[in-house]
Design a protein around this ligand. Structure first.
Ligand code: G3I
Length: 369
């Protein structure tokens, strides 16, 4: 009851931004199975869009050739419909979290182009088809462009060729003509990569492929990328004539460590290095809470300034305890990237975002250290 009393008095994120953009959040499997009532209470109060963090990725929803795992997705979609939310599907074609069998025949030999296209089509038709008219928008292809602006090297590219992206959107359009189709990416501050995404989208558009939006993931840090850099690529991407969305927002407060496909255990480092990469084991100092509040205020001030370009701002976790930032790229860390803490209580960053929505831009400079 105590928690619900606190939550009842909180200003409501989706309401303060109701004239600007959807406020979304990623749900993990425990929340989808209602094992985190406090987190779900926050989701119902503050968010009007939801996306599954993992359960709609190929390895989770289609783990074996003739096996689909739809129960968690059915629950996820039913939750979204019950609360009249804008429901997002993430993600159909990605180089990561896709089982090896997808690219092989029964004897383990690589498939040829036609066979892999057929498998991609069957996956998209089956998964999108099941939720036709119910999942409103899809991250059809995720992270297909490399830092140099070319296509990311992956099995989809090796076997099918560069048109695997076009094919994915054609299959998605056929599977659910009413769904919005997005392209989702990260690290747009790498100019060559941003230009590569722009080339890709323009190429898709020139081929008559429907793209309704580009997702900027938004896995950022307290001081990287700079607001000016983000604004530069918001302006560049908006020239594509599609909606923009921040699809996976979180602000890590821990030191950067290069992301690799496999997590590195914190315990594998010497004690001094562990302290360096995981400095806040006893809670987040007030000074860093204020830095986080200031950073979120600056980010939402930017989103609000360009609200005509954005359809959605989605957080990639409900609370700090859920965030991937504590277990990737280094497992065993304690990060604090969200607006709500590990007890689902609002942090100073929550108040700062609310104040930005209420027009108190001056707040940004008043957040002293
Ligand atoms: O489900 C298994 C569980 O059975 C097992 O016991 C456990 C320990 O091995 O692993 C669980 O799977 C984990 C999965 O999350 C579900 O929790 C995987 O190991 C772990 O790698 C996976 O991490 C996800 C990551 O994508 C995979 O790359 C994160 O939760 C998820 O937040 C993250 O999200 C991605 C977006 O989809 C795309 N953009 C980047 C973003 C961050 O990497």
């Amino acid at each position: 009851m105590k928690h619900n009393k606190i939550i009842r008095n909180q200003p409501v994120l989706k309401d303060v931004f109701k004239d600007d953009f959807y406020i979304g959040v990623a749900l993990n499997v425990n929340q989808i199975y209602d094992k985190e009532p406090n987190a779900i209470a926050l989701v119902q109060r503050h968010f009007n869009s939801i996306v599954p963090e993992n359960i709609l990725k190929w390895e989770e929803v289609h783990p074996e050739p003739n096996k689909y795992n739809f129960d968690p997705v059915d629950r996820f979609v039913a939750f979204g419909e019950k609360h009249k939310m804008h429901i997002i599907g993430h993600t159909l074609v990605w180089f990561h979290q896709t089982p090896d069998w997808v690219f092989q025949d029964e004897s383990g030999k690589p498939l040829d182009r036609e066979a892999l296209l057929k498998r991609m089509q069957e996956h998209i038709y089956t998964v999108m088809g099941r939720y036709k008219g119910r999942i409103h928008g899809w991250d059809v292809v995720n992270e297909a462009i490399a830092d140099d602006g070319g296509f990311r090297k992956c099995k989809w590219l090796d076997i099918i060729g560069e048109d695997y992206v076009v094919k994915a959107y054609e299959y998605a359009r056929a599977a659910d003509p009413g769904a919005q189709l997005y392209y989702n990416e990260y690290d747009f501050e790498k100019q060559a990569k941003c230009e590569g995404v722009i080339r890709l989208i323009r190429d898709l558009q020139s081929k008559g492929v429907r793209i309704d939006g580009v997702g900027i993931q938004g896995h950022w840090f307290l001081d990287y990328p700079r607001i000016e850099e983000i604004e530069t690529y918001i302006l560049a991407l908006s020239k594509l004539g599609v909606k923009l969305m921040v699809t996976e927002l979180d602000v890590g407060v821990l030191p950067f460590y290069p992301v690799d496909s496999k997590a590195v255990a914190l315990s594998s480092f010497d004690p001094e290095t562990q302290k360096k990469y995981n400095p806040y084991t006893d809670g987040l100092p007030d000074s860093v809470q204020k830095d986080l509040a200031k950073r979120y205020a600056e980010l939402f001030s930017l989103f609000h300034k360009h609200r005509d370009k954005f359809s959605r701002i989605t957080f990639w976790a409900v609370h700090d305890g859920q965030s991937w930032r504590s277990y990737l790229p280094i497992s065993g860390r304690t990060d604090y990237p969200m607006l709500f803490d590990r007890h689902c209580k609002p942090k100073p960053a929550f108040e700062a975002v609310i104040k930005i929505a209420q027009g108190e831009e001056s707040l940004i400079n008043s957040i002293d250290n």
